[in-house]
Design a protein around this ligand. Structure first.
Ligand code: AHM
Ligand code: MG
Length: 334
């Protein structure tokens, strides 16, 4: 393809892997399979207004939230794209309480996949951007089919992380620790094409904050001061603007490309906030760091948090380094 500017995601992944002659190809295959699953989910998301798929399935997920049909569909698509390839030892999904084993009829591999199949599900019915988030770790236990220990690894040990945003176009953004790269789905040929190479969060940072401000009265005073500080924005040359979609992937995608800070803090009744460490906060933290930003719980780096359970929640401050640092400074003062 020399002489053309078209780089498919498959080509990008293969060329990146070529730098590591010892690589088995397994890792590339997982990313390529994830891209395939994303295309299938994207097609279904785009059909959501046309087919009778909206509405609730009638059961709750492990967080006690109503599960919608597209969540289940997305989870099944990802699981079935990955269960038979021999590359994974197990998977973890937001929609499943326990880890998802690889069926005995298929071989198991050396990697763990953790994912949120369809984040922002409350936005499905209203045609607002939603997304998929994923994270890949290497198996550390000696067990063929993977154990809880394989899933509960610190974020710093991630080998790859990414997300797909189903928005005005569908984009897949990923990192393997060599920068952050974004691909836009061309639906006419069914391929993700490189559209955003080596993404860097804008520096100096743009004055945007993204938070559910309706929670302000429930926040601790220190958190209220964080928001007040950004509202005033004195140190940065003027007041910030607010942008909040209520879909983490979409809010993060904007923060990555435009700059600013996304915040989902704890409050008095939910000290750890709402977002899940393993398949929401951690993968986006890895991407943010690779793009020159960072992520914090408010007191420590997200990538240093040692998980203790699959669905554990964590406060999240994510985006431009100087804003995350400032939020952390105020929160640490208490
Ligand atoms: P979900 O997993 O049920 O979709 O919830 C996660 C979503 C995130 O996408 C978003 O950042 C957050 O919930 C919004 O929460 P709130 O409605 O409290 O602002
Ligand atoms: Mg979610």
């Amino acid at each position: 393809m020399e002489g053309t500017s078209i780089v498919t995601i498959e080509r990008h992944i293969i060329e990146a892997e070529r730098k590591y002659p010892e690589a088995s190809g397994a890792f590339s295959n997982i990313l390529t399979d994830m891209a395939l699953a994303a295309k299938v989910i994207s097609r279904q998301v785009n059909m959501a207004g046309l087919v009778d798929i909206l509405g609730r399935v009638g059961r709750s997920n492990v967080q006690g939230e109503a599960v919608q049909k597209l969540d289940v569909f997305a989870q099944d698509v990802i699981y079935q794209a990955m269960d038979h390839t021999g590359h994974l030892c197990c998977m973890v999904s937001e929609e499943q309480e326990d880890l998802m084993p690889i069926p005995e009829v298929f071989p198991a591999g050396d990697y763990v996949l953790l994912f949120d199949p369809l984040d922002g599900s409350s936005n499905i019915d209203v045609n607002v951007s939603i997304g998929t988030i994923f994270s890949i770790h290497r198996k550390i236990s000696g067990e063929t089919r993977g154990t809880l220990d394989d899933c509960l690894q610190v974020g710093r040990k991630q080998l790859a992380a990414g997300y797909v945003v189903y928005g005005s176009s569908t984009m897949l953004v990923y990192t393997t620790g060599q920068g952050v790269h974004g691909f836009t789905l061309d639906p006419s040929i069914g391929e993700f094409l490189l559209s955003h190479e080596n993404i860097q969060i804008p520096n100096p940072a743009t004055r945007y904050y993204s938070a559910n401000e309706a929670r302000y009265p429930h926040w601790e005073p220190a958190m209220q001061r964080v928001l007040d500080r950004f509202r005033a924005g004195e140190e940065w040359g003027g007041a910030f603007s607010a942008r909040y979609i209520g879909s983490l992937v979409a809010d993060f995608h904007r923060t990555l490309l435009r700059g600013g800070i996304f915040m989902y803090p704890g409050d008095r009744s939910n000290p750890n906030g709402k977002l899940r460490l393993l398949y929401e906060s951690s993968p986006l933290a890895f991407i943010a760091e690779q793009a020159g930003g960072r992520a914090s719980t408010g007191t420590e780096d997200i990538l240093d948090v040692v998980p203790t359970s699959l669905h554990q929640r964590t406060p999240l401050f994510l985006g431009s380094t100087e804003f995350v640092d400032e939020a952390e400074r105020i929160l640490k003062q208490g």
